[in-house]
Design a binder for this molecule. Structure first.
Ligand code: MTE
Ligand code: HPA
Ligand code: MOS
Length: 778
């Protein structure tokens, strides 16, 4: 039965866009007024980066008016565990040894937030200070690690390095990034009369939040229900780190019998929660005189902070993306996660991919300068070609799209003409230099932890023909629910107004994976579609009897059921609601569960071989910048993007993801800088000291195009994931800055390399220019 897609492919606004801007959309903490008897929680935070907790004296706190309880390890009920580690059991909720500055030691519950806060200030903690490890270099020297070495080797890297006509070596440090979701971590827990707990949580992973709450309370999972209404941004920061917050709320509810609300303020959120992993890369590269990459040996280190969290799969994704779009026939890449006394670094859009790709783009630029060719030529020279395989043995399917996108963007963004224009301008202006760069993106889609690639949906049709859709994915602003509504509406042939998307709850779809790895709409969309197909088949049988037609001849569209050769309101047609009403009378089941798992993916860590990704997303971006030589300040003049989202389910949503991803990547690479002081305390703990990209950093011209004729046959509705890949388009901005910096080199002394710190803040750009001007400066 062929369907006319009426909703899928439409450029719709986000289903909650109106609520987002009017304030009508409710977030977890907005539910607080519904439970006026709720208690408020405030943490007592460590004032040391590493120390043994000798004693905690709560007497003065208990005496503060309005303080109701102090939650500590002693509050954990028999059978429960003082343990919230999601991957490894290495995260006590109430630690007897603190491992980073600002870490919660105990939590105070009060009638008001002020009482809880005052109570927390009155708690006296006695510490025995221990030596702290605050940098990756210190961690490496002390052999302080969280993981074994992860290794992927292909070809003969050592021999190829030795035989390469030319060689380079170098290193690069890459900074972390604060998620700065507008909605900070939040949870609200209520104890119910049947001995269970209901937790509203701003979580990307309700099933795991449920599981961790159950562990802390010593309950079976069925006693815990977790709901994620929507999130005001998550970006990976709520993939695991929502769990301890929910656990505190649930434990508080258990101990006091009253609802408990936890919501971190911005300072506490920044001090307590993990960030993007800082990376450190060391490499040796071998190449020929044209800039062809012949051999590469890379060591990647990441700063995992104090606990394991998702550091291992994040490092794996960095190893998987060290190639970006380039063929590296002889490669050895080794990753190690270092343990430091910092916040536990965690998932962040791109999940290690961006760090791996910044390293290879830095290398390619250095190779290009060494052989004296424009970087964009050396990039294109090294592209994967159809039939090529990655270093981990996966075929680069649709590799031709890399060149297709590249060539189309070179033309549409007029790269050659504008490069000439930039050169002319730079020749005449000494104080301001322009830079223009184009970089490609290839990003693998699937959780690299293969078993996570599964999803479920539960679709309910009520007797009046209205539809509720439940699925396992969470909404964090990315537009997942909008896409799911479009898929469900077309799946049943009803208008969007007939479909209601329900908040994500663990009692509707169990054992879900985090909404992460950009796979939310691929996985849940397929599950929703499978559920709708079952329902449509059942209803077709009913309608067939009503219309005296074979079910296979019926079409469902525009809220009607009719033969595919007829009209929706033709003589032989029925309203969807009428068919549903009849189905109910005929005792036909009007709800269905859909389940989907991604086929064929696997990875063998020992061999370093497999097919970890279902497919790849491709894109490219051109960025032009203008840099002021006196201050290092710069402007993003123009950005052009061509990006592959397959056949878009929701073009407006996808465009928003591309623009937002680019700007977030731009923030990471240019202005956002985390600073810790000598005591290991985070110095940048608010928007006043942590510079986020804002309207002022947005490019004056921002052209975004979706790649045409890009159907992905193996994914729901021919679409592709979009959430993370565009983040890495911003690497073009850093490379454009490097081009501009290079233009400050004294005449006749072309720079053979341009060292540029990452993030490339105005200060970093200034010092990079200074280093180049060197003696040539007048
Ligand atoms: N977009 C918005 N507005 N808010 C977010 O928190 N998270 C990003 C991306 N886009 C995020 C976002 C991350 S890290 C991921 S993995 C994907 O959305 C997750 O959603 P998806 O799988 O439905 O694309
Ligand atoms: N991406 C995001 N989250 C994850 C992944 C991944 O590849 N693997 C495990 N958790
Ligand atoms: Mo996204 S970092 O996979 O939540």
């Amino acid at each position: 039965m062929s369907e006319r897609s009426t909703q899928v492919g439409r450029a719709l606004a986000h289903e909650s866009a109106h609520g987002h801007v009017t304030g009508e959309a409710r977030y977890t903490d907005d539910l607080l007024p519904r439970t006026p008897e709720a208690l408020h929680a405030w943490p007592v935070q460590s004032v040391h980066a590493h120390a043994r907790v000798v004693s905690v004296d709560t007497e003065a706190a208990q005496a503060v008016v309005g303080v109701v309880a102090v939650l500590s390890a002693a509050s954990v009920p028999p059978g429960g565990q003082n343990q919230v580690g999601a991957v490894r059991l290495d995260e006590p909720l109430f630690p007897d040894e603190v491992s980073h500055h600002g870490q919660p030691v105990v939590w105070v519950l009060g009638e008001t937030l002020e009482a809880a806060r005052e109570g927390a200030a009155a708690v006296v903690v006695d510490y025995e200070v221990l030596p702290a490890i605050l940098t990756m270099a210190e961690a490496l020297a002390a052999k302080s690690t969280l993981s074994e070495a992860m290794i992927i080797v292909s070809g003969e890297p050592e021999a190829a390095l030795a035989n390469a006509p030319r060689r380079l070596e170098g290193e690069l440090e890459i900074g972390g990034q604060e998620h700065f979701y507008l909605e900070t971590q939040a949870a609200l827990a209520t104890w119910d009369e049947a001995g269970g707990v209901f937790v509203h949580s701003s979580t990307q992973h309700p099933s795991e939040t449920q599981h961790i709450v159950a562990r802390v309370l010593g309950l079976p999972a069925h006693a815990v229900t977790c709901q994620s209404l929507r999130m005001g941004g998550a970006f990976g920061g709520k993939e695991v780190q929502a769990n301890p917050i929910a656990a505190v709320a649930a434990l508080g509810a258990k101990v006091t019998g009253r609802p408990v609300r936890v919501r971190l303020d911005r300072q506490r959120d920044m001090q307590i929660t993990g960030k993007r992993h800082p990376f450190w890369g060391r490499y040796r590269v071998g190449f020929d005189d044209e800039g062809r990459l012949l051999a590469l040996d890379v060591a990647l280190y990441s700063d995992g902070g104090w606990s394991m969290d998702l550091s291992k799969p994040i490092m794996y994704r960095a190893l998987f993306h060290i190639d970006n779009c380039y063929r590296l026939p002889n490669l050895r890449v080794v990753g190690r996660v270092l343990r430091t006394n910092k916040t536990s670094q965690t998932a962040f859009r791109g999940f290690g991919g961006p760090q791996g790709m910044v390293v290879i783009e830095e290398i390619v630029d250095r190779v290009a300068r060494a052989v004296g060719r424009p970087a964009h030529e050396v990039r294109a020279l090294n592209f994967y070609r159809p039939g090529d395989c990655t270093h981990y043995g996966q075929e680069v399917r649709d590799a031709d799209r890399i060149a297709r996108i590249w060539d189309a963007l070179m033309t549409s963004a007029q790269v050659e003409a504008r490069r000439a224009e930039v050169d002319r301008a730079n020749a005449t202006c000494t104080h301001e230099k322009r830079g223009l760069a184009i970089t490609p993106v290839k990003f693998g889609i699937s959780f690299t932890t293969s078993f996570l690639n599964q999803a479920g949906a539960l679709v309910l049709i009520y007797a009046d023909g209205s539809v509720q859709v439940n699925h396992g994915g969470t909404e964090m602003g990315q537009g997942l629910h909008t896409k799911m509504m479009q898929i469900a509406a077309d799946g049943l042939g009803v208008p969007l107004s007939s479909v209601r998307l329900m908040p994500t709850r663990t009692d509707k779809v169990p054992n879900t994976s985090a909404t992460a790895a950009s796979s939310g709409s691929d996985l849940n969309g397929a599950a929703v579609e499978i559920a709708c197909t079952q329902l449509r088949e059942r209803l077709a049988a009913v309608a067939g009897r009503m219309l005296d037609l074979p079910p296979a001849d019926l079409r469902f569209a525009q809220g009607r059921v009719f033969p595919f050769w007829g009209e929706p309101t033709g003589e032989r047609s029925q309203g969807f609601a009428e068919v549903v009403a009849r189905a109910y009378l005929e005792r036909v089941q009007l709800f269905a569960a859909g389940y989907y798992r991604t086929p064929e993916i696997h990875y063998d860590e020992q061999l370093g071989r497999g097919k970890p990704f279902h497919y790849y997303c491709y894109g490219a971006a051109v960025t032009e910048v203008a840099v002021d030589g006196f201050t290092g300040q710069y402007e993003i003049v123009r950005v052009d993007v061509l990006h592959d989202v397959g056949r878009s389910i929701s073009p407006l949503i996808d465009r928003g993801q591309i623009e937002g991803g680019y700007i977030q990547g731009l923030g990471w690479l240019t202005c956002e800088e985390l600073v810790w002081n000598e005591q290991g305390a985070l110095a940048t703990r608010g928007a006043s000291t942590y510079k986020l990209p804002s309207l002022g950093e947005c490019p004056e011209v921002f052209n975004v195009e979706l790649l045409a004729m890009a159907d992905e046959p193996k994914v729901v509705k021919g679409s592709k994931a979009v959430g993370e890949p565009p983040f890495m388009l911003a690497i073009s901005a850093r490379e454009a800055l490097r081009e501009a910096v290079a233009a400050f080199a004294p005449e006749g002394a072309p720079a053979s390399s341009v060292a540029l710190d990452c993030p490339s803040t105005p200060e970093a750009v200034y010092w990079a220019i200074e280093a180049l001007r060197g003696d040539g400066r007048s």
